[in-house]
Design a protein around this ligand. Structure first.
Ligand code: PRP
Ligand code: URA
Length: 209
């Protein structure tokens, strides 16, 4: 079994318990998804390169560090990935945001493509693909294939809850893409939902059920 980066910080684990709870309403659910993503972003960007600069403080000149100008992009998979955008944009305001529209066919559980708009210079950017749920892996695999088809090279995938089946499929299809998740759950049920999971992420974010 391929190993994802599991971000099991106590704050993340606490918030995951709250989003799993079926009694958590849409407003709190959205806030929690955003907060979990912000905490995960902090870990997933640990390898960003820095450069040294001189800054004049009110007291003296300090040698200090800033991000070295590597360009970043995030690509949420619609719809549920939209819930993860704010948490990253708040931390990295200069990030560019692409969008990929996919939904799972309810019968076949395979992804149906309906939208793709990426930053024009996607091939130069470090890209983080966002989707709270990695179930069969079909959506993540398709989204990453589309990004690679448009020139994307440096890609990470960030989800909140992953199933072993999806992790296995994604790692086989895109072995170059590191996977970051907050929980690796037990398995998929007969409807390809993650067990125990949190239900339908898109419906819970947007209140459509
Ligand atoms: C959910 C989820 C993922 C996908 C995961 O989206 O947000 O995109 O399912 O399943 P997979 O790993 O088996 O492909 P859904 O298709 O329900 O669309 P929605 O976000 O528009 O509700
Ligand atoms: N999509 C979801 O939103 N939840 C699951 O458990 C599986 C796919």
């Amino acid at each position: 079994m391929p190993q994802p980066f599991i971000m099991d910080h106590p704050l993340i684990q606490h918030k995951i318990s709250l989003v799993r709870d079926k009694n958590t309403g849409s407003k709190e659910f959205r806030e929690l998804i955003s907060e979990i993503t912000m905490l995960m972003c902090y870990e997933a960007t640990r390898d960003l390169p820095l450069k040294e600069v001189e800054i004049e403080t009110p007291v003296a000149v300090a040698k200090s560090k800033i991000l070295s100008g590597r360009k970043l992009a995030i690509v949420p998979i619609l719809r549920a990935g939209l819930g993860m955008v704010e948490g990253i944009v708040n931390l990295i305001p200069a990030v560019k945001v692409g969008h990929i529209g996919l939904y799972r066919d309810p019968e076949t559980h395979t992804p149906v493509e309906y939208y793709c708009k990426l930053p024009a210079d996607i091939e130069e950017r470090d890209i983080i693909v966002l989707d709270p749920m990695l179930a069969t892996g079909g959506s993540a695999i398709d989204a990453i294939s589309q990004i690679k088809g448009k020139g994307g090279k440096s890609i990470k995938f960030m989800c909140i809850i992953a199933a072993p089946e999806g992790l296995d499929a994604l790692t086989k299809a895109h072995p170059d893409v590191p996977v970051y998740c907050a929980s690796l759950d037990s398995h998929l049920n007969e409807h390809k939902y993650i067990v125990p999971g949190l239900g339908d992420a898109g419906d819970r974010i947007f209140g459509t059920k």
